[in-house]
Design a protein around this ligand. Structure first.
Ligand SMILES: CC(C)=CCC/C(C)=C/CC/C(C)=C/CC/C(C)=C/COP(=O)(O)OP(=O)(O)O
Ligand SMILES: O=P(O)(O)OC[C@@H](O)CO
Ligand SMILES: [Mg+2]
Length: 250
């Protein structure tokens, strides 16, 4: 089964998908694989691999190779630029940062990365990537015109633009380690116009209660990264992921 179909199927059957984000720059490939294994034990549905600063090359390849030795869950690239493409992944969130001021994050990195995706045979999953306040590192790196956190109508406008451009997924990003996750009002307003198109929410989600708020508001998929990155002890990772997963599944 293709990864997009796999994710959509889980969203339909279980209500919400959980994705674990691993930044190859934050630990060794072996440690990344331990986190991926522990997260799989905790019930995560897939592993996203990427970072906004320097996640490419041999480190990215090795991280994916090691992760795939430890888990059967699909691996999905979450690239910060064209260098974030690796043939060792199953799929890639082929995203455009629609609210960037910098055309390189809207189309140029996509053009530079596309032939690599084509040759590697990994599955592209089209995605509108929208960065909301506070935005964190990715907001700065991506030169985003941050969507104000209480302006749901602006997020709705961008989400509709992405949908009309044919993007299957929309990602509302508050930034890694954000003090506050994307607000339920914004999630609900965006999901309302997306209809069957899938909505991913991430940034600043640290516990089951916060994840549940996002899921109840209408998120189809929840991404968490920092919570397990900073506490890579396997038993902690498994129980934290269990907490998040049980909060968002039917
Ligand atoms: C589709 C292709 C080939 C490229 C897309 C390029 C785009 C649109 C990038 C958007 C801007 C950007 C820098 C995204 C990075 C997303 C990401 C991997 C965030 C996760 O990393 P974090 O862990 O939050 O950040 P740090 O790396 O700062 O820890
Ligand atoms: O690290 P956290 O805060 O979980 O954020 C995950 C993801 O949305 C960042 O791109
Ligand atoms: Mg990171």
């Amino acid at each position: 089964m293709q990864v997009e179909e796999y994710l959509n199927d889980i969203a339909e059957r279980e209500g919400t998908v959980h994705l674990t984000l691993i930044d190859p720059a934050s630990q060794s490939p072996d440690e990344a694989a331990e986190i991926a294994f522990a997260a799989s034990q905790g019930g995560t549905d897939a592993i996203m691999v990427g970072g906004s600063t320097g996640a490419g090359g041999v480190l990215l390849d090795q991280t994916l190779i090691k992760i795939k030795e430890q888990t059967d869950k699909p691996t999905i690239l979450f690239p910060g630029n064209a260098a974030g493409v690796s043939r060792y992944a199953d799929a890639i969130f082929f995203m455009s940062l629609l609210n960037s001021r910098d055309i390189s994050f809207v189309t140029t990195n996509q053009a530079m990365g596309a032939p690599v995706v084509y040759r590697s045979g990994i599955e592209p999953i089209s995605m509108a990537y929208l960065i909301v306040e506070p935005g964190g590192t990715v907001g700065w790196v991506g030169d985003a015109k941050l969507i104000p956190k209480n302006k749901a109508d602006i997020a709705v406008a961008y989400a509709l633009a992405g949908k009309y451009l044919g993007m299957h997924y929309t990602y509302l990003e508050a930034g890694s380690g954000a003090d506050e996750a994307v607000r339920p009002e914004m999630i609900a307003a965006v999901k309302h116009v997306l209809g069957d198109n899938k909505l991913i929410v991430g940034g600043g989600i640290r516990d089951g209660a916060a994840a549940k708020k996002c899921a109840l508001a209408g998120a189809d998929m929840i991404v968490t990264g920092t919570v397990v990155e900073k506490n890579s002890k396997a038993t902690y990772v498994t129980s934290k992921i269990e907490e998040l997963v049980s909060a968002i599944k039917n």
